[in-house]
Design a binder for this molecule. Structure first.
Ligand SMILES: *Cc1c(COP(=O)(O)O)cnc(C)c1O
Length: 384
């Protein structure tokens, strides 16, 4: 799939153009195109303390450029979108949940989402917030939505790669006054645009494919609703979950290659999934980009790229470990979305309801022939 496939003709620049120019300030003679990181705890501020830049926990010019860039990718051509950068994906997720929910409120979470959500659930419950959960697949969260203040969606879910119908869930939630937040980490804004599909918040970890080099942690929240965002901003200020200027700058620099990385990594994921398909030792293969994947039909209605994560199981834990050991250009590491392929046996962490031989594979930007050859060789070598 190319970046133009889902773009309406005449709807403005394509993804590649947008990515390389996102968030750049107006050119200033003798200044760099992307201004360097601004390291400042405080700014010169004589007289009345009006913004934009007062104290380094509230605002920073390097964040401003990055936040504009992410906003332009999450909602191209829209002026009213506000984006806030955070120290990590979890900082961004916590900011939405804890700024929007009060004791007595109900929130619906996925029960097959990111592995830290159960800890979040414990904390929400301790604050008197009722938490209901349901799986991502088959839009099962609809069944427990009644009376909820907020619906939290993760699609595709990590690591099971189930997909739910965003438009359908948003319509049902909004019909009863429920807010909707979507974790857009796996897809990135070039893969899926939750705000255009009706969500109130698009939230993500920038640690994964958004920045793609495995060298920084970052998170963000984007929304069109200024009132909701005022509470998120206040939360960032009182908790202090702010990104460092260097991380923010590195992230912005990395966005320039997002379309190149996303296209290559998505194509590589499809190539790996295609090679694993039909292998006798592989079961439970999932990739939303495979035409016969259970998620494909819904994914194709709402996604523009299907991400770089492929999941599957090998028969036993020992076989999975031998497979991971035998890989040469795929690192055994957690996380996903980087330019270097990684894979891990997910069960080593506990927490995810997955088989012992379950592998989460993140396709990087290597040449597809090399990557597929490495995977097939490792499968052969790991056989007893
Ligand atoms: C990694 C991840 C997070 C958390 O992001 P951090 O940057 O590690 O805090 C949240 N949601 C999903 C889907 C993730 O993969």
């Amino acid at each position: 799939m190319t970046s133009g496939d889902f773009d309406t003709p005449g709807a403005g620049p394509g993804d590649g153009t947008r990515a390389v120019r996102a968030g750049l300030p107006e050119p200033v003679k003798y200044e760099p195109t992307l201004p360097g990181p601004v390291f400042a705890a405080h700014f010169h501020l004589p007289g009345e303390p009006t913004g934009p830049y007062t104290y380094g926990r509230d605002e920073n010019p390097t964040w401003t450029h990055l936040e504009r860039a992410i906003g332009e990718l999450e909602a191209p051509g829209e002026d009213g979108v506000e984006t806030l950068a955070f120290a990590s994906g979890m900082a961004a997720i916590s900011a939405v949940l804890f700024s929007q929910l009060r004791a007595g409120d109900t929130v619906v979470l996925p029960d097959d989402g990111y592995q830290v959500l159960p800890l979040v659930r414990e904390q929400l419950t301790a604050y008197g917030i009722e938490v209901r959960t349901a799986p991502t697949g088959d839009d099962a969260q609809l069944g427990v939505l009644g009376g909820a203040k907020l619906l939290w969606i993760e699609t595709p879910s990590n690591p099971g790669l189930d997909v739910c119908d965003l438009r359908r869930l948003v319509a049902a939630a909004h019909a009863q006054g429920t807010l909707v937040a979507v974790d857009n980490t796996l897809a990135t804004p070039l893969g899926q645009r939750p705000l255009e599909l009706g969500a109130d918040f698009s939230v993500a970890s920038g640690t994964k494919m958004l920045t793609g080099h495995g060298d920084l942690l970052l998170g963000y929240v984007a929304s069109r609703n200024a009132g909701l965002m005022a509470a998120v901003r206040r939360w960032r200020k009182i908790v202090g979950a702010i990104p460092g200027p260097m991380e923010a700058w590195l992230a912005h620099r990395s966005l320039a290659t997002l379309q190149l990385r996303a296209d290559r990594q998505t194509a590589n994921a499809l190539a790996v999934a295609g090679a694993l398909r039909g292998r006798p030792e592989v079961s439970g293969l999932r990739y939303p980009g495979l035409p016969d994947d259970p998620s494909h039909k819904v994914a194709a209605q709402q996604m523009r790229r299907f991400g770089c994560v492929v999941s599957f199981s090998l028969p036993t834990r020992a076989r999975a470990e031998r497979f991971l050991d035998a890989l040469r250009i795929v690192d055994d590491a957690t996380s996903f979305g980087g330019v270097r392929s990684t894979a891990e046996r997910r069960g080593r962490w506990g927490g995810d309801a997955v088989p012992e031989g379950f592998i989460r594979f993140s396709a990087g930007a290597e040449d597809p022939e090399d990557l597929v050859a490495d995977v097939l060789r490792a499968l052969e070598e790991s056989a007893e």
